[in-house]
Design a protein around this ligand. Sequence first.
Ligand code: GLC
Length: 433
Amino acid sequence: MINIENRDAHLIEEAKATLIKNDLGGYTVPTHGLYPFQWNWDSAIVALGWLPFDEPRAWEETTSLLSAQWKSGMVPHVVFHKHSDTYFPGPDIWGVQNSPDSTSITQPPVLASVIKILFEETEDRALAESQIKTIVPQLIDYHLWWYKQRDPENTGLVVSYHPWESGMDNSPAWDAALEAVPCVDWEYTRRDTSHIDASERPHKKEYDRFLYLVDFFRKMNFDDTLIYQDCPYRVNDVSIISILHRATKDLLTLCEKIGVSNDQTAYLVKRLDLTEGAISKLWCSETNMFHSFDTRSNTMCKARTSAGLLPFFAGLVSEQQTQPLISVLDKWLEHSTYAISSTHPDDPNYEPQRYWRGPIWIHINWMIAIGLEDYGFSQQAQRITEGSRACIYKSGFNESFHAETGARSGGADFSWTAAMALYWLLPNTTEKG
Ligand code: GLC
């Protein structure tokens, strides 16, 4: 018989050790080798993992990310603080002339939601108060950039230019939109498949297009207006839209708490209204789910993915949509003890082991569970929490988990999973150091 308390205490120590091992001094790599730099939404989630045992380090995780913010307000998806040759494409391919080096795209902006939590839960109040003064203006700039540059026509729905921006890199939701993108015409050597079995990673046909887009941004001189006009891939990503919406609300709450109220915050309030009026464009009454939308072909991205549950996190599910969406979720959860697969098991593109086509990601579960609680669906939230815990009990702190067996999928010793264990799944016995 396993003693549950001992098992949790042991896992907590292992989770802390994972963060410490992946700490490169002020920022935490997702895992060594496969992802040797700082990733945007990873760092936001990872800050929550540091919070229970090292508050200054939690804040530092976010300020090191924000140190790479562009003048435009954009916060990059990867920051190349230190050189590494275990990853491709590196800074030479992206061609950005900034210091620190970074990519030219962003990732789901969960950061403001995390900062709100750090501000509310940090015990050292002097630390929290001093950090928030510099961070809030940076977050405002980031959110203004999102709305102004990624929705210049005020549609209420921001666009994304690359599957890597979604953080759900290889989701079947992007297949059709990506197929319309040309392939690169130069040879390259991938590094990801030297760390992880090719059966778990994207195919070459996807990589060719990922790289075409990277080249395209450089050729456009990273000009937001030109890219909006001409980017061959331009998608309303329901996950980014939901995370941004929640994060803007959290940012405004934070602003209120610290007495910031100005034209910029008023503008953000208007943007929330616009999104609330536009979100039904992403609802499909055949699947009873939300989907992303390809603005180039004017078609819905029909794959059924866990992104379609994130409007709960944003508070964007209407009264009429709630019950049908919950029924879809209930059936989805019947498929496995482990929860919740990134692609619905009945979707024709479901692959339980391949990147974002089936495996389970714990931080996505965390957001979905918060959203379900907000809507009063505690039982489903609990089921997702248990399904997440089952994954880490089964196979530890992996990047993601096989949707049916809970076995490792992707990299091992992974920071955001360790962080979610510390902050969300095993918090009771975590003592602050
Ligand atoms: C993969 C994931 C992305 C994540 C990155 C680092 O690219 O798809 O969401 O940020 O790895 O963990």
